[in-house]
Design a protein around this ligand. Structure first.
Ligand SMILES: Cc1ncc(COP(=O)(O)O)c(C=O)c1O
Length: 450
């Protein structure tokens, strides 16, 4: 995930934990030298939508802690489920063994796809799920007599994680350039990002035409195309029409290429439906899930796939099997947190409730939308984003850090991506919290730009 270096205000400086952390912890996605000038925030606890530092100051977690938290920190229902599971089974290997939480979770997730994707393969982090989907797709074609189908396609601005396979299908220069010599080559095709103007006038069609041109030339070598359905988050919340996914599904069927939906960031209700692909009324060949699936509690990721793909591995030959594993695959605690998360979705009718909350927050953000420097104010489900215009490139390059620091002083955790400000709050904001967030964004924007 992109970071802006963890800039914070001097008031949140916590000498002891911060000093010890800087001595011993190598922080993710950070140029550690920045912390010579920029203190870390030392967190003591979380409650609901709020994080509290060691001085008791609170921050509204408007980015759900890297997009993972759905129902608040220290959620009593998820806590309860985890405490019970802890006394039953904390972990066991999943090869040769199974357990209730992993079975129930697989069944429930499969059912959410109408059992189109009824086979779940587990891992821990999002990037691992992407690696699995890529390997599985290649191996499917190999098992099906097409070992030559070993190439992958991704979208301009795509982000699929930081491990080498996932980075090879990531198109964010900041993350991939240093490792270029280590990475496999992927085909990068036009993003359907709705902000673009294209001569043809129809962005979706232009993007699909580019995919089709590539497939016409090379589909016999291509295993799969991987996309972030509806929102390319890490590149700056680039949003696009569901019709792109529907068109892509048709092209993949016509040219015999797998469609991988990386729903790691956009799954679990984030775009308004449980799976983002539902809005295009299609099912991909693979769905990668992580982040929100455990409610933001524990590392859990999985790849869901079809019976056709599963069957291509089912054989009396060992090496036709999918011999991939991670030690914590299908961890019972993580699966139990995921089951508790699914319970909340069902019992609280969360997707319906989010429609109301989304309307409220959108209305409350009207003054932000109307700001003369704000462009492309956009929303998809529970994701809001807007771009801030700059004439001065230096000011533009400093914006993200400044906004982040000033937001902290206003009690908000918001980390813009470049000049794009986005909100991805947990789904439990109260009316007061919605007002606090919207007023805070407006105030921070005003303070940073004036
Ligand atoms: C779409 C997408 N795919 C994959 C990943 C990687 O997930 P993880 O950071 O858990 O490895 C991310 C992380 O932000 C993501 O947004």
């Amino acid at each position: 995930m992109p970071a802006n270096g963890g800039n914070v205000s001097s008031e949140t400086f916590q000498p002891d934990w911060v000093h010890r952390s800087l001595q011993s912890v190598w922080h993710p996605c950070t140029q550690m030298q920045h912390h010579e000038h920029i203190p870390l925030v030392s967190l003591a606890r979380g409650q609901g939508a709020w994080l509290f530092d060691h001085e008791g100051r609170r921050l509204l977690d408007a980015v759900s802690s890297w997009w993972v938290n759905l129902f608040g920190h220290a959620n009593p229902r998820i806590n309860h489920a985890l405490k019970q599971q802890l006394d039953q089974l904390e972990h066991a290997m999943l090869a040769g063994f199974t357990h209730e939480p992993v079975v129930l979770l697989s069944e429930r997730l499969g059912a959410l796809t109408g059992n189109h994707l009824g086979h779940c393969f587990y891992a821990s982090d999002g990037a691992s799920a992407v690696e699995i989907a890529l390997k599985m797709s290649f191996h499917f074609w190999r098992n099906s007599g097409h070992p030559e189908k070993c190439e992958f396609v991704c979208l301009r601005g795509s982000y699929h994680g930081e491990t080498l396979g996932a980075l090879a299908v990531t198109d964010v220069a900041l993350f991939r350039d240093a490792y270029g010599p280590l990475l496999g080559q992927a085909h990068v095709v036009m993003s359907p990002d709705a902000r673009q103007n294209v001569p043809e006038g129809n962005v979706v069609q232009a993007a699909l035409n580019e995919v089709e041109a590539l497939f016409q030339q090379r589909a016999d070598r291509i295993a799969s195309i991987i996309v972030e359905p509806l929102v390319q988050c890490a590149t700056g919340m680039a949003m696009y029409e569901p019709s792109y996914l529907a068109g892509l599904r048709k092209l993949c069927d016509r040219y015999h290429v797998h469609l991988i939906a990386d729903e790691i960031a956009v799954g679990c209700g984030r775009t308004g439906t449980f799976f983002a692909c539902e809005q295009a009324e299609i099912w991909p060949d693979y769905i990668c899930l992580s982040k929100g699936i455990s409610g933001g509690y524990l590392p859990l990721s999985l790849v869901m796939t079809t019976n056709e793909i599963y069957s291509a591995f089912y054989s009396d030959e060992l090496t036709r099997g999918f011999l991939h594993s991670h030690s914590y695959t299908g961890n019972p605690l993580a699966c139990r947190a995921a089951l508790a998360t699914l319970d909340i979705f069902e019992q609280d009718n969360v997707l319906q409730g989010n429609l109301v909350k989304a309307d409220q927050l959108s209305q409350a953000l009207a003054p932000v939308k109307a700001h003369p420097r704000v462009k492309h104010f956009r929303r998809q489900g529970m994701i809001w984003a807007f771009d801030v215009e700059f004439n001065d490139p230096v000011a533009a390059s400093q914006f993200s850090r400044q906004f982040f620091s000033v937001a902290l002083l206003n009690g908000l955790l918001i980390r813009p991506i470049g000049t794009t400000v986005y909100l991805m709050p947990p789904y439990i904001l109260s009316d007061t919290e919605i007002a606090f967030l919207a007023n805070g964004v407006h105030a921070v924007l005003h303070q940073v730009l004036s």
